[in-house]
Every structure is written in structure tokens, then in C-alpha cells.
Ligand binder design. Structure first.
Ligand code: IPE
Ligand code: IPE
Ligand code: MG
Ligand code: MG
Ligand code: MG
Length: 298
């Protein structure tokens, strides 16, 4: 499946919609705490590929979910993602100065504000999911909260970040790196692709197909991130490169080398597409997205 202008357009449209939603959800108060609110906006209304919102909106479309509902879930997952980036960039973590082409939050503001803005983005995401406008059925809202909490937490993204920090000092083989990346990056992508099915009360089997798709896309996506850390153009990426090797981090690329890592990513992307066989051409953009995540230059 080639990357067509329709995917580029869909990603751009997702960006506009999620920006509008984040803009209306992330209000700025009157008191001195407005500094926190501005910091939350700084770190989330600043570009990004909006890939996770794209997965939510596209899978929601498969089940004819109302756009107003899906966009709230899309905004919620992007808040969690942006929080994870704010904390990932802190001096005590990856110590990065540049994110999405601008100074990282702790550089533009200060470390304490970055910590708090991350906390508040994470919390806000759950407020949004639990709110009545997200779905008329409280059971569905509860399921969304449950799934995102599990994906983002100690056995998901945050757990993966812990392993990532320890990885330099551990003997990591392919199985260990796969597990690390699956936790760190894969789980949030899995949630994003499953969210449409949750909103649409899709049958278990259909949900499982999307999970399988997202599992492979998530791994392919992280391999591409690791490849871009070696080969990418920092101006285009909007973040520093050569960070992983300098930190001694085990990645697919450090284990397999550039060529085999790229082959692995392409194999995973093909496998992801195969998991969508149960869907008609309404899933074509998801098929293209599986290609895009490995061939991307940003
Ligand atoms: C970067 O994520 C961090 C990882 C999980 C690898 P993205 O590449 O999706 O970052 P943005 O949202 O486009 O900035
Ligand atoms: C970050 O992974 C993953 C999360 C924020 C959970 P990286 O540390 O590789 O992301 P970049 O390269 O800084 O975007
Ligand atoms: Mg990191
Ligand atoms: Mg980082
Ligand atoms: Mg990286």
C-alpha cells in the first residue's frame, strides 16, 4: 500500500480537529495557577504527528461512532502522550532541550512547572474520558478509563520508561527489548486503535484484530523512532538525535543493526496490514498508516 495524499490529508485534518478540541478543553484560569494552564497548552498545542488521535478517529469511523465522542477520546490520549513527552524530556530522564521544534517545557518554563503540567495533563485525560459527553453509556466510559489507566501505568508506559532507564545497565536481548518497547510505546498505541471499537461496542473478535494490528504497528513505530535517532534529520524531527547510543540504551537498532532493524519494521508493518483483512476499504487509511510509521522521516 503506497503512502497517498489521502493519508497526508487525513493526518492534517486529525491535527486540526484535535487542536480545536484541546483548545476548548484546556482552559486558562484567572488565578496565578494560569501559568500551569499555559504550560499545559504549550506542550500539547504544538504540532506533533497526532498519530494516536488518528488511530482513535479512524477506528471509531469503522464502527460509525459519533465524531464528537471520538474526538474527546482522541484528545485524552494525546494529553497522556504529551504528558509522557514532557516527563521523558526532563533532566532526570532523557534531558532533552528540543521537542517538536521548540524548547522543551522545562526549558521554556522550569522543571517544577513541567512536572506539574505533566501531572495535570494526565489527570485531565481521565476527566475527559469519564465525562458524560464521551459516551451515553457509563459502562463504556468506565471501560475507556480502565483500559487507558492500564496502558499508561506501571505495567504499561510508565513501567516501560522505568525499564528504558535501567536498560543501559542490563543485558538486553531481543525479547527484553521487545517487551520494553511494547510497554513504553506499544500500549498507548494499542489503546488508541482499540478505542474506536470500545466506543462502538464492537465484538471481542473485532477488537482483537485491532489490538493485533496495533501491536505490530506500535513495535514498527518504535523501531522507526530508534532508526530516526541514528539517521534522522534533527531539523525535520524537531528533536535531538544520537541520544540513544550516547545514553547506552538498548534498542532494536543497537541489537540488530540498521538494515535488519529496518527489515524487521517492514515485516511488522506487513503483518499489521494482514490483521485488517476482516475490514473493508474503510480501513484503507489504517493500512496506509502501517506503512507510514516505518517509512516516515519525522
Ligand atoms: C515520540 O512519539 C515518542 C515515542 C513514543 C517514540 P511521536 O513520534 O508520536 O511524537 P509526536 O507526537 O509526533 O511529537
Ligand atoms: C519516549 O521514548 C517514550 C515515551 C515518552 C513514553 P523516547 O525517549 O525514545 O522518545 P523521544 O525519542 O524522546 O521522542
Ligand atoms: Mg526516553
Ligand atoms: Mg526521549
Ligand atoms: Mg527515541
Amino acid at each position: 500500500v503506497p503512502i497517498t495524499s489521502s493519508l497526508t490529508e487525513a493526518l492534517a485534518e486529525t491535527g486540526e480537529r484535535v487542536n480545536a478540541e484541546l483548545d476548548s478543553l484546556l482552559t486558562v484560569g484567572d488565578g496565578p495557577e494560569a501559568r500551569l494552564h499555559e504550560a499545559m497548552r504549550y506542550s500539547s498545542l504544538n504540532g506533533g504527528k497526532r498519530l494516536r488521535p488518528f488511530f482513535v478517529l479512524q477506528t471509531a469511523r469503522l464502527f460509525h461512532v459519533a465524531e464528537q465522542a471520538a474526538i474527546r477520546v482522541a484528545a485524552a490520549i494525546e494529553m497522556v502522550h504529551c504528558y509522557s513527552l514532557v516527563h521523558d524530556d526532563l533532566p532526570c530522564m532523557d534531558n532533552d532541550d528540543l521537542r517538536r521544534g521548540r524548547p522543551t517545557l522545562h526549558k521554556a518554563y522550569d522543571e517544577a512547572t513541567a512536572l506539574l503540567a505533566g501531572d495535570a495533563l494526565l489527570t485531565k485525560a481521565f476527566e475527559v474520558l469519564a465525562g458524560p459527553a464521551t459516551h451515553s453509556d457509563p459502562q463504556v466510559r468506565c471501560e475507556l478509563v480502565w483500559e487507558l489507566a492500564a496502558a499508561a501505568g506501571a505495567h504499561g508506559m510508565v513501567g516501560g520508561q522505568m525499564v528504558d532507564l535501567l536498560a543501559a545497565g542490563l543485558a538486553m536481548d531481543m525479547a527484553a527489548v521487545t517487551r520494553l518497547q511494547q510497554m513504553k510505546t506499544g500500549r498507548l498505541i494499542c489503546f488508541s486503535a482499540e478505542a474506536g471499537a470500545l466506543l462502538g461496542k464492537a465484538p471481542r473478535q473485532t477488537r482483537n484484530s485491532l489490538r493485533a494490528y496495533a501491536h505490530d504497528v506500535g513495535l514498527a513505530f518504535q523501531i522507526a523512532d530508534d532508526l530516526l535517532d541514528i539517521e534522522g534529520d534533527p531539523a525535520q524531527l524537531g528533536k535531538a538525535v544520537h541520544k540513544d547510543q550516547d545514553a547506552g540504551k538498548a534498542t532494536f537498532v543497537s541489537l540488530l543493526g540498521v538494515e535488519r532493524a529496518r527489515d524487521q519494521a517492514r515485516m511488522l508493518s506487513d503483518q499489521a496490514v494482514a490483521h485488517l483483512d476482516c475490514f473493508d476499504d474503510n480501513a484503507d487509511l489504517l493500512r496506509e498508516a502501517a506503512r507510514f510509521v516505518v517509512d516516515r522521516s519525522l
